[in-house]
Design a protein around this ligand. Structure first.
Ligand SMILES: Cc1cc2nc3c(=O)[nH]c(=O)nc-3n(C[C@H](O)[C@H](O)[C@H](O)COP(=O)(O)OP(=O)(O)OC[C@H]3O[C@@H](n4cnc5c(N)ncnc54)[C@H](O)[C@@H]3O)c2cc1C
Length: 507
C-alpha cells in the first residue's frame, strides 16, 4: 500500500542525530516524517521500561554542555542541566588496596598516583604527571580548534585554508594519533615500578587498540573540567528534542522499521516499511548503520562496488555488556557533588587490558547516579555496571544463528551478569545484598535495540569523513555517529544539524 502524503524529508532513526536533524528541518517549515523501528525513541540514548521502571540503555558522560544546550536553544527546545562528577574516575584493581583518582584537582591526582609506585619512584611520578597533564591540555586546545561544521558546508577556499592551518595546528594530534597508548605511557612512566600506575591510567580509556591521542583527549577534558553527567540522564535530551520536533510540526512513527529506500532513475522516491507499506518522499536522511543502509536498504546499484567493498572492511567500535539494577544502598552520597565512575581494572599489565571478553577479566565501569537526581521516587538508586566487550564473544553470546534470544543465551547472560556484580561487590561491599530489579543488556541486545552492526556503541572504530550528501543517489543524506564529526552526544547532534543545513541549502 502506498500512502498518499508525500513528505519533503523522511528521516530514518529516532536517535540523537535523527531527532536533531528532524527538528531543524521541521523548524524550517519542511514536512518531516521520522521513522523509528523501536517502540521507544533514543537509540543509544534511549531508555526502556522493565519491571515498572525506566532503565537507560547506557549512562552517558558528555563534554561541552554549553554547545549541547546551544543547539537546544537554537531549536527552541527545553535546555537540560548537567553536573560535573567529582572525581571523574576512581580506578581500583591493578594494585590491591590502591586507588588512582583521576580528577581536575592536580594535587589529589598526583597524591593518588604516587600511592601506586614505590618510594624510590615517587619523584618521577611528579615529573611524568606534569608532562601528561601539560600534553593533555595542549591536545584539548588543539582538538577544540577543529571545526564541528561539516566540510561540505564550507566553500572551496575555506576548506583549503582549513586544511593548511590544520596541518600547522595539529602536529601533536597527528603524532599521538599514531602512537599506541602503552608505548606512550611507558615513555612517560618508565620502568617496572611504574607498571601499576600505567595500568591504572590506561584503564580509563575503554578502547581496544587505543592511541595516545585517545588518552590525552580524555584527560584533557578532565583537567579542563569538561566532563559532565546530564542530571536526568541522557534520555532527558531525547525527551527535549522529541517534544521540540513535534512542536515544529514534525511527525514521528515508532515501530516503523524501514526495509528499503526506494530509488527511481537515481532519485530517491521514498521508503518501504516492514509491513510493506510505501511512503513517498523526495529526500531521505539516514542516521542508521551505513552498512545496513548500503547493503540491505538500497537497491543493488545504490553505490559503486568499490565503495561497498571499502565499507565492508571498516572496523567497528566495540559494544558493551551492561547491568542495570536498583538498590536501596546509596553509593552516590559519599560526596556533595556527584560521584564519577568507579573503574575496576583486573590486570596489572597494561597490555592485557581490553583484550579479553571473559566476565572475570573485563574492565568494569560502575556509574552511581546521585539519589536526588535519580528519577526513582521510592528511595532507590539506579546503578549501572558497564563492561566494554565484543559482539563476537562465545559465538555471539550463545544466541542463535539469527541472534535469537534462546534459553542458552539468557542463561549465559545471567551468569555473566552475576560475575560482574560479584566483582563490583568486592569494591563496593554490600552492593549485591540490596539489589532489587536487574536489567541486563549484551552486545546482542544493543544490536537489536539500535540496529547497529555488532552492537557497535560508537559506530566505526575511528571516525570517518564521509560526505553527508550521498553522491550516488540524488536526495539521499547521512547523519549520525557513522559520519563527520563522529560519535558521542554533541557530535551526533552536530551531524544532524549539519545534514539539515546541507539539505536546506540545496547544495
Ligand atoms: C553503551 C553505550 C555507551 C555510550 N557512552 C557514551 C558516553 O558516555 N558519552 C557519549 O558522548 N557517547 C556515548 N555513547 C555513544 C552515543 O550514544 C552515540 O554515538 C549516539 O547516541 C549515536 O546517535 P545516533 O543518532 O547517531 O545513532 P543511534 O542512537 O544508534 O540511533 C539510530 C536509530 O535508528 C533506528 N533504526 C535503525 N535501523 C532502523 C530502520 N531500518 N528503520 C527505522 N529505524 C531504524 C535505531 O533503532 C535507533 O533508534 C555510548 C553508546 C552506547 C551504546
Amino acid at each position: 500500500m502506498t500512502e498518499e502524503t508525500e513528505w519533503d524529508i523522511i528521516v530514518i532513526g529516532g536517535g540523537l542525530a535523527g531527532l536533531t536533524s528532524g527538528a531543524y528541518l521541521a523548524m524550517a517549515g519542511k514536512s518531516v516524517l521520522l521513522l523509528e523501528q523501536q517502540d521507544f525513541m533514543g537509540g543509544c540514548c534511549g531508555s526502556y521500561s522493565t519491571g515498572g521502571h525506566h532503565v537507560p540503555a547506557a549512562t552517558h558522560m558528555v563534554h561541552d554542555p554549553g554547545l549541547i544546550n546551544g543547539i537546544l536553544v537554537e531549536l527552541g527546545a527545553e535546555e537540560v542541566t548537567f553536573t560535573p562528577p567529582d572525581p571523574v574516575f576512581e580506578v581500583t584493581g591493578p594494585c590491591p588496596g590502591k586507588t588512582l583518582i583521576i580528577t581536575q584537582d592536580q594535587e589529589i591526582f598526583e597524591r593518588s598516583a604516587k600511592g601506586l609506585v614505590t618510594d624510590a619512584a615517587r619523584e618521577n611520578v611528579s615529573q611524568g604527571l606534569h608532562r601528561l597533564i601539560e600534553l593533555s591540555r595542549q591536545i584539548y586546545y588543539e582538538t577544540k580548534s577543529l571545526p564541528l561544521e561539516s566540510p561540505e558546508l564550507m566553500s572551496f577556499f575555506k576548506r583549503l585554508f582549513l586544511g593548511i592551518s590544520m596541518q600547522r595546528k595539529l602536529p601533536m594530534s597527528m603524532q599521538y594519533g599514531r602512537m599506541p597508548v602503552q608505548q606512550f605511557l611507558s615513555s612517560i612512566f618508565p620502568g617496572v615500578e611504574m607498571q601499576c600506575l600505567r595500568s591504572a591510567i590506561r584503564s580509563a580509556v575503554p578502547l581496544r587498540g587505543a592511541r595516545a591521542l585517545d588518552l590525552l583527549q580524555l584527560l584533557g577534558n578532565v583537567v579542563e573540567g569538561n566532563v559532565f553527567y546530564p542530571d536526568k540522564g541522557v534520555e532527558s535530551l531525547i525527551y527535549s528534542l522529541n517534544a521540540c520536533f513535534r512542536s515544529h510540526g514534525g511527525v514521528i512513527r515508532t515501530g516503523a522499521k524501514v526495509t528499503s529506500v526506494n530509488v527511481a532513475g537515481g532519485q530517491v522516491t521514498g521508503v518501504t516499511l516492514a509491513d510493506e507499506s510505501t511512503i513517498r518522499g523526495d529526500n531521505v536522511l539516514s542516521t542508521i548503520d551505513m552498512k545496513e543502509l548500503f547493503f540491505a536498504l538500497l537497491p543493488d546499484k545504490g553505490a559503486p562496488g568499490l565503495f561497498r567493498e571499502k565499507l565492508a572492511k571498516i572496523p567497528l567500535s566495540d559494544s558493551y555488556f551492561t547491568v542495570n539494577f536498583s538498590t536501596t544502598r546509596s553509593p552516590g552520597t559519599t560526596s556533595e557533588r556527584r560521584k564519577g565512575v568507579l573503574v575496576v581494572n583486573p590486570a596489572v599489565e597494561e597490555d592485557a587490558l581490553f583484550t579479553s571478553d571473559e566476565a572475570d577479566l573485563v574492565s568494569l565501569f560502575i556509574h552511581f547516579p546521585k539519589p536526588e537526581l535519580d528519577r526513582m521516587q521510592d528511595g532507590r538508586s539506579l546503578v549501572q555496571i558497564m563492561a566494554p566487550v565484543r559482539f563476537m564473544h562465545e559465538d555471539n553470546w550463545h544466541s542463535g544463528p539469527q541472534c535469537e534470544k534462546t534459553g542458552e543465551y539468557i542463561e549465559f547472560k545471567n551468569q555473566y551478569a552475576d560475575t560482574l556484580i560479584k566483582r563490583a561487590d568486592v569494591v563496593v561491599p554490600g552492593l549485591s545484598s540490596q539489589i532489587m530489579d536487574i536489567a541486563v543488556a549484551t552486545p546482542v541486545s544493543y544490536r537489536s535495540c539500535t540496529g547497529n552492526d555488532e552492537g557497535a556503541a560508537y559506530g566505526w572504530r575511528r571516525p570517518r569523513m564521509w560526505r553527508q550528501k550521498v553522491p550516488y543517489t540524488h536526495g539521499l543524506y547521512l547523519a549520525g555517529h557513522w559520519t563527520y564529526p563522529g560519535p558521542g552526544v554533541l557530535k551526533t547532534m552536530m551531524s544532524g544539524k549539519n545534514a539539515s543545513r546541507i539539505i536546506l541549502s540545496g547544495t
